[in-house]
Ligand binder design. Structure first.
Ligand code: NAD
Length: 427
């Protein structure tokens, strides 16, 4: 067998998110039996598109941004994954995020491959008009590889239903017909699904409650700390607080705040909406050193911001007994090992945050049939899928004596590689 060749254009980034993903794949390979023959499929993204996104700024100058769309794997269906606007976006990051989508979609058994996109930009530096021009130009540039049966983008960090509406409109104008199914996470008035906006946070909450029960923890009174207070972290915080948990600490891009008695999450949501951050909230104390957030005394720690946040440097300080991954790729393999040694349970991203793509799948199905479900139906179906996916992975982890991450990767990678094997290579 020919040994795996590292992708040449990534050699300058030895410790990036893609390398974290590759290490996770190496850890699951011994558990895949004869399917391990196909493992290199998962180490090679199927298609990578890098695009130049030029826009005219409001002052008349021209700015260029680097955009990406990566389709990691389409063995089980069209590509599916979000679009991120962030100043630190790199190709390595988008590749890793697209690969985690492949594993996640298979782990919860939605009929998609994995994809992801992004633009290297700080959107806070753009006016709304500039943001719209950039989104539309990016959509036009990646139009050759996206579509309802090819690859369906969705929101991720710093993108939302307005961005999805512009993407849907641009694609539709270029195609000459309204194509709602080209993106998910759209406004409900444009073919979006009820419950989609809060689906990821709700899924995190559902999985968190299940795991707490399995660990003998009562959600009422449970102490929760959350990194990230956006779409995922904000919704999860609200649902945990509504169930009687104490949200004792929150960190966002500007500040980390604590309140031992429990933060008033609804008041904080209002504050963050108007000021753009949790900083300056009167109902909590700001930590002088934001890194102390990782040492907060709590039962459940929810990273819900960016990848590679829990590392060998801070994993030894974490006091929670459960780490529930709302973000994609927040824990490095070295940190995974430290947490396991310390008896801390890590509930992996590919299960914990799969609620978003699950309701995206519902949205796509509803768009095709132009028949829309009630919010209750959506939340019930979401809850069932999340609970079943967790239960299957929990059982497999116990049977094989592996971590939940390895068990989730066994389930996901097995489904992808079975599809790969059955389809065969072409020609
Ligand atoms: P968002 O843009 O709505 O919120 C991101 C949050 O992270 C913000 O509160 C921001 O202040 C905070 N943040 C940014 N940089 C930070 C830093 N350096 N330190 C601490 N906090 C920081 O994004 P989101 O949609 O909530 O996504 C968060 C994570 O969840 C990402 O990893 C994303 O890939 C993942 N995810 C999102 C969805 C979805 O449906 N939106 C689905 C699955 C997974």
């Amino acid at each position: 067998m020919v040994a795996y060749q590292p992708l040449s254009f990534l050699q300058s980034q030895p410790c990036g998110p893609w390398e974290v993903y590759l290490e996770q794949i190496d850890r699951v390979t011994p558990h895949l039996g004869h399917l391990a023959r196909w493992i290199d499929t998962l180490k090679h993204p199927k298609r990578i598109l890098i695009v130049d996104v030029p826009i005219e700024r409001d002052d008349g100058s021209i700015a260029h941004f680097e955009g990406y769309r990566v389709q990691h794997n389409t063995s089980r269906g069209p590509g599916k994954g979000g679009v991120r606007f962030h100043q630190d976006v790199t190709l390595s990051e988008v590749m890793a995020l697209s690969a985690w989508m492949t594993v996640k979609n298979a782990a919860v058994n939605v009929p998609y491959g994995g994809a992801k996109g992004g633009i290297r930009v700080d959107p806070k530096q753009l006016s709304m008009a500039e943001l719209q021009r950039m989104t539309r130009r990016y959509t036009s540039e990646i139009q050759i590889i996206i579509g309802p049966m090819k690859d369906i983008p969705a929101p991720d960090v710093n993108t939302n239903e307005q961005i999805m509406a512009w993407m849907m409109d641009t694609y539709s104008v270029n195609e000459g017909s309204t194509t709602t199914g080209v993106v998910t996470g759209k406004p409900v008035s444009l073919g979006g699904s009820l419950g989609r906006q809060e689906a990821t946070g709700r899924g995190v909450f559902v999985v968190g409650c299940e795991v707490a029960a399995l660990r003998g923890l009562d959600v009422a009174g449970m102490r929760v700390a959350i990194q990230g207070f956006g779409n995922v972290g904000g919704v999860a915080a609200r649902l945990f607080a509504q169930s009687g948990a104490l949200v004792v600490a929150i960190q966002d891009h500007e500040a980390a705040i604590v309140n031992e008695g429990g933060i008033d999450v609804n008041a904080l949501l209002g504050h963050a909406r108007s000021s753009g951050s949790v900083a300056g909230f009167a109902g909590a104390t700001r930590l002088d050193n934001r890194d102390e957030f990782w040492e907060i005394d709590c039962d459940m720690l929810i990273p819900a911001a960016l990848e590679q946040q829990i590392t060998a440097a801070n994993a030894g300080k974490i006091k929670a007994s459960i780490v529930l991954e709302g973000a994609n790729g927040p824990t490095t393999p070295a940190a995974d090992d430290i947490l396991a040694e310390r008896g801390i349970l890590v509930v992996p991203d590919v299960i914990a945050n799969a609620g978003g793509v699950t309701v995206s799948y519902f949205e796509w199905v509803q768009d095709f049939s132009s028949f829309f479900w009630t919010e209750d139906e959506i939340n019930q179906r979401l809850t069932r899928i999340m609970k079943e996916a967790l239960a299957a992975v929990w059982q497999l982890a116990a049977d094989r004596k592996v971590s939940l991450r390895t068990a989730a990767f066994i389930v996901g990678c097995t489904r992808v590689l079975q599809a790969r094997e059955m389809r065969g290579l072409y020609p």
